[in-house]
Design a protein around this ligand. Structure first.
Ligand code: SF4
Length: 232
């Protein structure tokens, strides 16, 4: 048994968290409305976060890892690049660097008894509207992006393209181009820090399409006139 699992098992035996870091290595938490103050107060920055938008495929770890569709915004703490570990996890000391103000899911999770996390997992998720819905201009930009680059539609088009639908490929390429251009434009204008874009606009359309096994040049080749940019 790997060391971390053994330590987690020790926690189970004791009925207490051993702070072995196993759960932190499996990904950061999703935020709930109870966590709103962490963002408003600046303890968590929008640049620490990313948004899974409604309609995106998402793995439901509480339901045994099944793949489902997000039905609301799911705002998560970023992972450390190249791994699934929460960005606030310090592997050398197995420590949470924000432990005193860790989000709700981290406070509730008991790896030896998941009843608490099962109860709260889908309840009162924090959405982008809770945080920036009152900011005119910024919220208009987010709403317009959601309208023109709807994640559910993107996923449906990608599935149709996989079945060889050229028209779907054209629509998909248009969405990827639009999303690319908006991100590049906002970053170039200095209106939004680039690290904040994945919170505001969700993960890039290009990455979602790639995660579904489709190269963006493939989408272009199936119908759009002009390439949506270089392939991934
Ligand atoms: S916020 Fe802290 S406790 Fe929660 S997953 Fe990240 S490192 Fe672990």
């Amino acid at each position: 048994m790997p060391l971390n699992e053994a330590r987690a098992a020790g926690g189970a035996a004791l009925g207490a968290c051993r702070r072995c870091g196993t759960c932190c290595r499996r990904g950061g938490p999703a935020l709930h409305r109870a966590d709103k103050a962490l963002v408003v107060s600046g303890r968590l920055s929008p640049t620490d976060l990313y948004t899974i938008r409604p309609g995106e495929p998402v793995r439901d770890d509480v339901a045994g890892g099944i793949l489902t569709s997000a039905d609301t915004d799911i705002i998560k703490i970023r992972e450390t690049p190249g791994s699934r570990a929460c960005a606030f996890f310090e592997p050398d000391g197995n420590g949470c660097t924000i432990y005193p103000w860790r989000p709700l899911e981290c406070r509730i999770l008991r790896c030896w008894d998941t009843a608490g996390i099962r109860r709260c997992y889908r309840e009162d998720r924090l959405g982008r509207a809770d945080l920036i819905g009152h900011i005119d201009g910024l919220w208009d930009l987010v709403a317009e992006h959601d309208r023109r680059c709807d994640a559910g539609r993107l996923v449906r088009l990608a599935r149709r393209l996989r079945r060889g639908d050229r028209e779907a490929g054209a629509g998909l390429a248009r969405m990827v181009r639009y999303d690319d251009a908006l991100r590049e434009g906002l970053a170039a204008e200095g209106r939004v820090p680039p690290a904040m874009l994945d919170f505001l606009l969700g993960r890039p359309a290009r990455e979602l399409v790639r995660a579904m096994g489709i190269l963006t040049r493939q989408a272009s080749a199936h119908g759009a006139s002009g390439a949506p940019g270089s392939g991934p």
